[in-house]
Design a protein around this ligand. Structure first.
Ligand code: CTP
Length: 406
């Protein structure tokens, strides 16, 4: 597998690991950050050392690990005040209820809390705790106090917690924390602060447990659009049918199979500022799904009764939480501009990107695309170019749309 792009090249992250079961995920976080070009200097609280060893942290971060406030050797090499400031971002992962409370109060009884009080750098928290502790009024107030001080946070996620209970409290996954860090460094980017939803790939419509109806979409165009929007700073959720592609850097991937699942994942991702529907959604699905495999019984071949799938683009276009800009695609084989113009009006989207997918154009599965962007002002035809270039140009057009509106 290719190494991820060096999106954090030259960045210096000070990672504070507090004592919670999620501390084991910090080891993966260190690895992911370093892979992206960032240096990671780590501080462990005394409790964190019960969950991860300084040796594993030092090995992964390739740096000395700091833990004690009065480590005289460390003070000679680098004082705790310099430690607090010699970085571009302080990340606390996991941030326990205890550490959050200490931060909110301004306590400085150990190295981690001293750094958090002494730093003049931005701080990002990845909270992790039991769901009752997270929902507790004390934690709510502490988080509000920290938010007022411009401390940002990611998560926690919902799901099964270490103690077997279910609720909001799990530390966000390392890759989601990495994406939040990338967004932080991208905050001057043209789409910073915007949330984008992109659909991509084909859908698989099950006939029985082993067979499905599908189409030739590779997902290349949709994935490239998600990557381009994320590169311009948008928080990007990619809802994709089955493809052979890996999730682009900094994009949250939601994998689905059928059109109905794609719709549910899209609606769940709302509210969003931008929706780009690039998926080749199956128009129909088998009307009845058998629980067991269809068998040849020597009789006539079965007939598949089909029922229409929900139209995701049209649903998003008229949704109560309609994204500010909705972009559809129109794959046509004849009378491209007329059909695509009608499709824009019929589906209620703002722009439609029309492309000719007749046999011989090699758009499905290929690497290049010739598109025409149609909006209420008219038709803009782009020369044939790679799908990455189409994606980048579309992302820039989207950024220009929001900058004009601002
Ligand atoms: N689309 C969708 N949900 C569907 C069908 C299509 O979201 N159930 C979206 C596609 O992602 C694309 C746009 O609608 O953005 C147009 O897709 P296309 O396949 O060209 O149009 P259809 O609705 O299938 O129309 P037709 O088959 O009549 O060309």
């Amino acid at each position: 597998m290719n190494p991820p792009p060096r999106t954090l090249s030259g960045k210096r992250i000070l990672l504070i690991v507090a004592g919670g079961i999620a501390a084991y995920k910090s080891l993966d976080l260190i690895r992911r950050l370093r892979e992206r070009g960032s240096s990671v200097r780590c501080v462990l609280t005394a409790a964190a050392k019960e969950f991860v060893t300084p040796l594993s942290v030092a090995t992964l971060s390739r740096d000395k690990v700091y833990s004690d406030l009065f480590d005289l050797t460390a003070e000679n090499e680098i004082g705790h005040i310099r430690l607090a400031r010699d970085c571009d971002l302080v990340v606390v992962a996991p941030a326990t209820a205890d550490l959050i409370a200490k931060m909110a109060t301004g306590l400085a009884g150990d190295l981690a809390t001293t750094i958090l009080l002494a730093t003049d750098k931005p701080i990002l928290l990845a909270p992790a705790m039991n769901h009752v502790m997270w929902a507790h009024d004390a934690t709510r107030k502490n988080m509000a106090t920290l938010a007022a001080r411009k401390v940002t946070s990611i998560g926690p996620a919902s799901g099964e917690l270490a103690e077997g209970e279910i609720g909001a409290g799990r530390m966000s996954e390392p890759l989601d924390i990495v994406a939040a860090i990338e967004r932080h460094f991208n905050s001057n980017a043209p789409l910073a602060g915007k949330r984008a939803l992109v659909t991509s790939g084909p859908t698989h419509e099950p006939i029985d447990p082993v067979r499905y109806i599908a189409n030739r979409s590779s997902g290349k165009q949709g994935h490239a659009i998600a990557a381009a929007l994320a590169a311009l700073g948008a928080e990007t959720i990619l809802v994709s049918g089955p493809t052979n592609l890996t999730a682009p850097a900094g994009v949250k991937l939601r994998e689905i199979e059928s059109a109905q699942q794609m719709l549910a994942a899209c609606v769940e991702a709302l509210p969003a500022d931008i929706a780009v529907c690039a998926a080749a959604v199956a128009d129909w699905r088998p009307a009845t799904l058998g629980n067991s495999k269809l068998k040849k019984d020597g009789g006539a071949a079965p007939t598949l009764a089909l029922t229409e799938n929900p139209d995701i683009l049209a649903t998003l276009s008229k949704h109560a939480q309609r994204p500010g800009l909705v972009v559809g695609f129109a794959a046509e084989t004849d009378d491209l501009i007329r059909h695509a113009t009608e499709k824009r009006l019929r589906k209620g989207c703002d722009w439609i990107v029309a492309n000719d997918v007749s046999l011989g154009t090699n758009v499905f599965g290929g690497d290049a695309n010739t598109v025409h962007v149609i909006d209420k002002a008219g038709v803009e035809s782009w020369e044939r170019q790679s799908k990455e270039d189409v994606a980048h140009r579309l992302a820039l057009r989207i950024a220009a749309y929001f900058n004009k509106a601002a």
